[in-house]
Every structure is written in structure tokens, then in C-alpha cells.
Design a protein around this ligand. Structure first.
Ligand code: SF4
Length: 441
């Protein structure tokens, strides 16, 4: 989270809190770089993480501390106190975006200025870092690509910061021990990671990620069909099913000229909610609604569903016409598709996507939706900047959006019922999932 200039230097002088434990912290990267090769510095940024449509949650101890502090009471006001009582940071609408009520006009956090970094909620202290306990006992750092410093790899090496950030974040998330096939066969952690390794290897191929993912969807269906027969799979059965799946013929895959209905629904929910004023409609907001907010939020969804009309999308400098986006060439099969493949492999390597026990195919579904999100957002951004084609900066910003909405910061458990039903439909009808990929291929 946005920090006071100088705080970083002070923190770096203090011994990292986790260092004495001999904690091993390794940053996974598909580029083969060591953790020290990544960089971070919280500066030259308009407090992006304090101005996002999300509800930052904190625990009971922090809640009691904030509710008893006169400065917090005065700054939050009665509505903000009610939100704090629910364990969330209150936000207010400002220039068409939400921002934390504790953010000052100088782009710095008033809580940090007054009480120090350790007073902040843990997620703010640790941002843009997260941690996952991997299968071999290593603690893997998750650097959010939503943060411009991480995205652009600028600042100081992150290595010396990792142990302190781990302590600030309250420790590492555990990986699930089990995943399920759609037929209910249980896969142990080594077994589902074996499948994920196959996915990661496939995504190294220099082909469009949309095409590779479509092939992996077919392979995964064949894998699951070859595994049916028991509640638990043996290692030998998993290996045999993987061989069968790799030998299976993929279905024909061709780009769609227009987006499938399911693609438009997904984008209406995901990117539609990043449009003004939909993005203001958060449960932790304390400022009053803007004019006709509900009707305009519904109109945003219709614009995405019909792919006609204009939207004011978060992170874009001006509203764009979705009709113009159709004219921007799709890029996943070209040079910039490599950035997306690298990102997908990073998502698999950093293991956060395996935190919850769920259907293994749902993990692949997330990679598919994430790819479509990156691609469509990048094309929208190219329009906003008046470019005829997507460039690398558009793709990197699209990756940040995928982090925000799906692959890093979003809680799947908080998605509304219609989104869960849409996801399930895509899981049980792979041809519709291929249609989503074909819409951006
Ligand atoms: S998004 Fe990153 S650089 Fe910007 S304020 Fe937050 S932590 Fe700092």
C-alpha cells in the first residue's frame, strides 16, 4: 500500500522478522530469474492500490483497535465506522473512482503517517506481496502484477524485503491437499500438480495461448474420462490417463468472428463491473450514490452484452466505443501472446490458484477466462490510446486487470450466483469454453 517516502529505507535497516526462523522464501518465475532479480519501490504511483474497487478486510484485533481510535472515528464518520465494524476499510467515490477514506490529498496514507506502517491492516502492509506454502515446504512469494512497480520491475531488489513482508501479511496461504475431477475422483496434491506440470509445459510452446488452452481443455476432458472408476486415483492410473489424454486428438479450433454469448456474459460481469459507475457499487463505500447509478450500472452490462455503445473502463484515460475494439486485431497468436503465456505459467508456478479444494478443471477455466480478460482489456486500452494495434504496455495492464478480477485478488467465494452458474456451465460444456477462447483467438 502507498507508503510514506523514507519508510522503506527505515524498514530495510531493521532485521527481517522472519529471518531468524531460517524461512526459505523463493520467488517462482517462468523466466528462470532469482527472487533478487525482481524489483519493487512504492513511489511514482498515484496510490493505485488505495483506489481500487475492492473491500480490504482485516481481523478482529485490528477492528477493535480502529473502532477505539479517536482519529479513525472522526475520519471515517458514522457510515465509515459501520463499515469498519464489518471488518472492511471504508471507501468513498472521488473523480469517478473509489478510494480509501484514509488516503490523503498528498497520495499518502493518513493512518501510516500518524501511527506507522505496523498500524495498517495486514493486507495493506503486505501489498503487493502475498505468500503461499508450496508442496516442498518452500514459501513462494506472489508479486501482484497489478502494482505498477512490480509490473514494470522498477525499484530495489525484492529479496531483502520478502521475510518482512511475509510477517506483515500474517504468514503464507496453504495449498489444497486435494482436487476433484468432475466425476468426483479425488486427486492428491502430487497428482494434480503432475497435471499442472503438463499444462505448464504445454504453455511453453510458441503458439497462441488461446489455441494451447483449447487443446488443454480437450486433453483434460480426455484425462478425466480415462480416470473414471473409483473415488481415489492411483499414481499409475494418473500417469496412464495423462498418456491417454496426450495421445487424444484435439477438436478443431478456429477463431470466432464475433464473441460467443458466454464470452459477452463473462465480460459484462467482469469488465462491466470495472466501468463507471458500476465500479462504485461496493459494500464498503460510504459516499452517496451518483445520479441514476443502478440504471447506469445495468446499462454497462447491456453495452458489454451487445458489444455496442461506450464504456468508461477503469485504468483507461477516456471512455471507449466497444465497436472500435472489434477493429483492433487480436494478438494472442503473435509476439505479445508470449507475454500472456509467460503470465499463465507464472500463475501455475506461484501455486495460489491451487489454494482451494475444487475441480481441477476449474483451475484451467480460470486460466482461460484470465487469458480472455487480458486480451480484451488490452484491445480496449489500445483504442483508448488511439493505437491501431495492441502493444506490450496494453498487455501488461491487461495482466494487472486479470490479477485484480480473477487470478490474484478476487475471492471466488464472493462471486454472485449467476457467475457461479456460468462457470459451471463452462465446466460441463467444454465446447462453450472453447467458444470463449475462440472469441479472442
Ligand atoms: S500500487 Fe504499488 S507502487 Fe502504487 S501505491 Fe500501491 S504498493 Fe505503492
Amino acid at each position: 500500500m502507498k507508503q510514506k517516502p523514507g519508510d522503506k529505507t527505515e524498514r530495510k535497516k531493521a532485521p527481517p522478522r522472519g529471518a531468524a526462523t531460517g524461512l526459505r522464501v523463493a520467488l517462482p518465475t517462468v523466466r528462470g530469474a532469482a527472487p533478487e532479480a525482481s524489483h519493487f519501490a512504492c513511489r511514482e504511483c498515484p496510490a493505485r492500490c488505495c483506489r481500487l474497487p475492492w473491500g480490504i478486510r482485516f481481523g478482529e484485533e485490528e477492528r477493535e483497535r480502529y473502532l477505539a481510535e479517536p482519529f479513525v472515528i472522526e475520519r471515517a464518520g458514522p457510515a465509515g465506522l459501520e463499515v469498519l465494524g464489518r471488518g472492511m476499510l471504508p471507501t468513498r467515490a472521488e473523480e469517478g473512482r473509489l478510494q480509501c477514506v484514509f488516503l490523503d490529498a498528498d497520495e499518502l496514507c493518513s493512518l501510516q503517517k500518524r501511527f506507522g506502517h505496523e498500524y495498517l491492516p495486514r493486507p495493506c502492509q503486505a501489498f503487493p506481496f502475498g505468500f503461499v506454502s508450496a508442496e516442498d515446504g518452500a514459501t513462494l512469494a506472489q508479486l501482484s502484477q497489478l502494482c505498477p512497480s512490480i509490473r514494470d520491475d522498477r525499484g530495489e531488489p525484492v529479496g531483502p524485503e520478502l521475510a518482512a513482508k511475509l510477517a506483515q501479511g500474517g504468514g503464507a496461504t496453504r495449498m489444497s491437499q486435494r482436487m476433484l475431477t468432475r466425476a468426483g475422483v479425488m486427486l492428491t496434491r502430487p497428482q494434480f500438480l503432475r497435471v499442472a506440470e503438463r499444462w505448464s509445459d504445454a504453455l511453453a510452446e510458441e503458439t497462441s495461448p488461446a489455441e494451447l488452452l483449447a487443446r488443454l481443455v480437450d486433453e483434460s476432458v480426455a484425462f478425466e474420462e480415462a480416470l473414471v472408476g473409483g473415488e481415489h486415483a492411483t499414481d499409475a492410473a494418473v500417469e496412464a490417463a495423462l498418456r491417454t489424454a496426450e495421445g487424444s486428438a484435439p477438436a478443431a479450433f478456429a477463431p470466432r468472428r464475433r464473441s460467443s454469448y458466454q464470452t459477452r456474459l463473462l465480460l459484462a460481469f467482469l469488465l462491466g463491473n470495472l466501468c463507471f459507475p458500476s465500479r462504485l457499487r461496493q459494500p464498503n463505500r460510504v459516499s452517496p450514490p451518483v445520479f441514476l447509478e443502478g440504471a447506469r450500472a445495468l446499462a454497462n452490462k447491456l453495452v458489454w452484452l451487445l458489444e455496442r455503445g461506450s464504456v468508461d473502463l477503469l485504468f483507461l484515460p477516456k471512455p471507449i466505443a466497444l465497436g472500435q475494439v472489434r477493429k483492433v486485431p487480436r494478438f494472442l497468436g503473435g509476439e505479445h501472446g508470449g507475454l500472456v503465456r509467460d503470465y499463465l505459467r507464472l500463475v501455475l508456478a506461484r501455486r495460489q490458484i491451487f489454494a482451494e479444494p475444487r475441480h481441477l478443471l476449474a483451475v484451467l477455466l480460470d486460466l482461460c477466462i484470465g487469458t480472455v480478460l487480458v486480451s480484451r482489456f488490452a484491445r480496449c486500452r489500445a483504442v483508448a490510446f488511439g493505437r491501431a494495434a495492441v502493444d506490450a504496455s496494453d498487455v501488461r495492464e491487461g495482466i494487472g486487470v486479470a490479477e485484480l478480477l480473477l487470478l490474484h485478488h478476487a475471492a471466488l467465494s464472493e462471486q454472485p450466483g449467476y457467475m457461479k452458474r456460468l462457470r459451471w456451465l463452462l465446466l460441463v460444456t467444454p465446447e462453450k469454453l472453447r467458444g470463449v477462447l475462440a472469441s479472442e483467438a
